[in-house]
Design a protein around this ligand. Sequence first.
Ligand SMILES: NC(=O)c1ccc[n+]([C@@H]2O[C@H](COP(=O)([O-])OP(=O)(O)OC[C@H]3O[C@@H](n4cnc5c(N)ncnc54)[C@H](OP(=O)(O)O)[C@@H]3O)[C@@H](O)[C@H]2O)c1
Length: 265
Amino acid sequence: MHPLVIFGITGRMGQSLLRALPGAPGLTLNAAVASATSPWLGKDAAQSGMAATGVLIGADVDAALRGAAVAVDFSLPQSVAAHATACAAAQVPLLVGATGLDRATQETLRAAAGRIPVLTAANTSVGVNVMERLVAIAARSLGGAYDVDIVEAHHRMKRDAPSGTAIVLGEAVAGARGETLADLAVFDRHGDAGPRRDQSIGFSSVRAGDIVGEHSVIFAADGERLEITHRAGDRMIFARGALRAAEWLVARPPGLYGMKDVLGL
Ligand SMILES: NC(=O)c1ccc[n+]([C@@H]2O[C@H](COP(=O)([O-])OP(=O)(O)OC[C@H]3O[C@@H](n4cnc5c(N)ncnc54)[C@H](OP(=O)(O)O)[C@@H]3O)[C@@H](O)[C@H]2O)c1
């Protein structure tokens, strides 16, 4: 059994990971981490509706990593760099599920990957990772004559927009065209936005209710429209995928990995 650390234990994903843990027989909870100001410090990792784990929530990252075999980070993007630095120092492999990572954090993860295996995944569901492949195939086959827009929808509490998954899908389209997303992305259309720029990839974000996560990539040309859509109905799909990836990560050499490596896509 590999001892697991969960960063962001008190969040929606942290609790889903705990719920999914019995389905990952190779992993056992080693430590549960929240922020230093969390009202849940000192309480059992499992909140309402679950049996107590016997592991208390803490904020001491170094102590949490002692004796750990792997860590998963579903906290908020601003705490990911510190977690990665601590994991590298403690030689504990790290899966980062938190999204909205800035450039500096991405650099820190790249540096950490020189010392430990690091897997970053804006979406740990198997379905979305297969979708990414389908989108790349469609973009390559349809070519630049098709307009591409990406629409995503999430619950009212989500902070970053567009979602990390929408960005990854946009990168898949841009990559299939031999371009980079930064050159093609259009994040806002408002007022007199003018006609569509050739080759541009538009993003739209819905934030409403308790939507777990929906992504559609629309390929449209005159007289034809192809849409590839994934709808997540339950956070457990992310949690199960993340735990599967965490188990996989334990035996890897240092380096930067993605869900594609885990799933053999
Ligand atoms: N990869 C995927 O498939 C996937 C799927 C869903 C969501 N996500 C991403 O995962 C992240 C979490 O989502 P969520 O919906 O679970 O968010 P959430 O409910 O707001 O939970 C955030 C968690 O982070 C903790 N936290 C905040 N600052 C921290 C710090 N400095 N150190 C340790 N923990 C800290 C919070 O704890 P306290 O407030 O109690 O301190 C809380 O437990 C987001 O970035 C989201 O976009 C990824």
